[in-house]
Write a protein that binds this ligand. Structure first.
Ligand SMILES: [Zn+2]
Length: 380
């Protein structure tokens, strides 16, 4: 077999590629990256450096990102675990924010403060992406009880039951098979994924490979083919995991909840033609308005990293009249963001770092400042 078909760039040196040996370098690297992030947070926390850095890097507030909030599951193979936190952890985060005397505010109030330059008090906005049912089951009762306003960004194809949660389909294919065959550059390649270790590795590489495609269409085509071949019902994840319009309606009726747009098909906008990107943003707003009776004024770019949303998307969101739009670029909010309201950074509450003491470090802006090389606005 030739070099690693999944990651030919990093595995160039591997003449005869083998899933157990050929890519060990990358596997070790992934572990190292996580350890460095964790050690970085620990170092900042225990050294107290984040408290010293706060006046310089802490900005005027922060927007937090959540996806799933649900009790821990027993499955050993959970490659998407970084997208979920436990209800208990969310509760401890909320208590920590309250104790820190930060204002927990809505996106509209954040917009007002930024545009009127009202920076007397530091703020935090809570945002939840995708509209999973556990938002209603587990996150909402906690946020309601503590009177925390929050925004919910909905990709409209999810409640319409037409969405493709392709990352879940990929997970199911790897979870339920001991070996998978894949077409790579028109050639069939086989991957062993019998053990937990192999499953994690194959998933990681598959995920990186599909994310490296230039177009969203190509990614969808590969995941659809794989799902069909391994009998994974890609449409079933919406029904299983996402709220219906009726359930969303219950949340939308609460003044604590801001309903935001998250495109129709949860596409990486930068990987679609401009017309399509614009239609995805505009259509999702119209569909939400028609279904829930509220017109979203805030947007979240799906995936939200620089490969999914860039200058073109920031411009389109502004042209469409969204008051704010959020990315997943890590960072806190500075007064300068008033000039970049459709390119706002967020801090992800990552399921792999569920220690509430890390939240203080992240909110101090010290960790993200170090990751961003002390650049305050990243809107390019
Ligand atoms: Zn999303």
């Amino acid at each position: 077999m030739a070099g690693c078909p999944i990651d030919p760039v990093k595995c160039k040196s591997t003449k005869s590629w083998d899933i157990r040996t050929g890519c060990n370098g990358i596997r070790a690297l992934n572990g190292l990256k996580k350890a460095v992030i964790r050690a970085g947070l620990e170092t900042l926390y225990f050294s107290g450096a984040h408290a010293l850095m706060q006046p310089f890097v802490g900005g005027v507030g922060a927007i937090l990102t959540l996806h799933h909030v649900r009790p821990r599951r027993a499955d050993a193979f959970q490659p998407n675990q970084l997208l979920e936190v436990t209800p208990r952890f969310l509760e401890s985060v909320v208590h920590r924010l309250r104790r820190a005397r930060l204002d927990l505010i809505s996106l509209d109030e954040m917009h007002r403060r930024l545009t009127e330059r009202d920076f007397k008090r530091r703020f935090v906005c809570m945002t939840i992406d995708d509209g999973y049912r556990d938002t209603l089951q587990f996150a909402y009762p906690i946020l309601k009880h503590n009177e925390v306003p929050f925004a919910l960004y909905i990709p409209t194809s999810f409640p319409d039951r037409l969405g493709e949660l392709w990352w879940r389909a990929l997970e199911a294919v790897v979870a339920h098979n001991e070996r998978i065959i894949l077409m790579v550059d028109d050639r069939e390649r086989g991957f062993d994924c019998a053990t937990l270790d192999d499953k994690r590795h194959v998933y990681d590489q598959l995920y990186k490979w599909v994310r490296s495609f230039k177009t969203e269409d190509e990614l969808r085509r590969v995941v659809r083919d794989l799902s069909a071949r391994y009998r994974v019902d890609i449409a079933a994840f919406c029904e299983q995991l996402c709220m219906t319009w009726e359930e969303l309606g219950r949340l939308a009726a609460d003044p604590l909840v801001t309903i935001g747009a998250h495109t129709v098909n949860h596409v990486m906008l930068a990987k679609t033609p401009e017309r399509q990107a614009r239609a995805e943003m505009a259509m999702s707003r119209s569909v939400i308005e028609a279904s829930l009776g509220v017109r979203p004024e805030h947007l979240s770019y799906p995936v939200g990293d620089p490969s999914s949303a860039g200058v073109r998307e920031f411009r389109i969101a502004a042209e469409l009249g969204f008051k704010t739009a959020v990315t997943t670029r890590p960072g806190v909010i500075f007064p300068e963001h008033a000039q970049h309201l459709t390119a706002l950074p967020r801090i992800s509450i990552n399921g792999e770092h569920q220690q509430s003491r890390y939240i203080g470090v992240l909110l101090s802006g010290a960790a993200t400042a170090m990751w961003n090389g002390f650049r305050r606005v990243d809107a390019a």
